[in-house]
Design a protein around this ligand. Structure first.
Ligand code: ATP
Length: 218
């Protein structure tokens, strides 16, 4: 079987070093061939942002362009319908075939909310899930809703090397460098006229400044 491919969805509003290190470290920790970034179009869980999906996509493109292991999938941004992860995974399955190991990358906070995702149980048939540690969001069974705790227990792989042995269905955790950076924090800093430098790449900050983004929005 080929090396597993990482899939990293998010709003990336804007993309920051927490995202970039998660993707970078997942490659070595999980033995991935690379990471496909999938910026959300109209996120089902959030209000429609003022910064357009195209602008969020552009910032992801800028921040990932020099990394040959990263690729960017614009399909959710280009789709007219709301983007549900399960649908994107179904599309990728059709594209890559049923045997290809796929690993959905999520932070601990996103994983804890998984039961609110559209057809969340179907996701396990389509991909593995790798949960990264994130400051403030411990990966603990006791902090998960019961239904998810059960899945987590039953599906947990003791070693990430097992990800390549099946196309989907396992759950692993991995400890990335802990960076207490969030897009919310960056939006607040920028809306208050404060510096967000060194929390995200200069190329993204330059784009934000050139397009006067996040001036009035928290
Ligand atoms: P917001 O503050 O707007 O909610 P965010 O910083 O959490 O945004 P998202 O685009 O919502 O960013 O996150 C995409 C994915 O990256 C999610 O799975 C999230 O858990 C993960 N993630 C974001 N920031 C970090 C971080 N600092 N460390 C680990 N994982 C992170």
């Amino acid at each position: 079987m080929p090396e597993p491919l990482g899939l990293f969805g998010g709003t990336f509003d804007p993309v920051h070093f927490g995202h970039l290190r998660l993707a970078e470290e997942s490659i070595s920790h999980l033995g991935l061939s690379g990471v496909r970034w999938i910026p959300a179009g109209q996120p089902p869980h959030r209000n429609q942002p003022d910064v357009t999906a195209r602008q969020r996509l552009e910032m992801v493109l800028r921040s990932t362009e020099k990394n040959e292991r990263f690729s960017v999938d614009a399909s959710e941004v280009e789709a007219a319908a709301p983007s549900y992860t399960v649908r994107t995974l179904e599309r990728l399955r059709a594209e890559l075939g049923s045997d290809y190991p796929l690993v959905l990358l999520v932070g601990a906070d996103a994983f804890a909310g998984l039961t609110t995702w559209h057809r969340w149980r179907d996701i396990f048939a389509l991909a593995h899930i790798a949960v990264s540690h994130r400051p403030g969001f411990p990966v603990e069974i006791s902090s998960l809703p019961n239904e998810l705790a059960t899945e987590f227990n039953d599906r947990r792989l003791s070693n990430a090397s097992a990800l390549k042995d099946a196309p989907a269905g396992g759950v692993v955790t991995f400890a990335m460098t802990q960076l207490a950076i969030s897009a919310t924090q960056i939006r607040k800093l920028l809306a208050n006229g404060l510096s967000a430098r060194y929390l995200l790449p200069d190329s993204v900050l330059d784009y934000i400044q050139a397009h006067q983004l996040y001036r009035n929005r928290l």
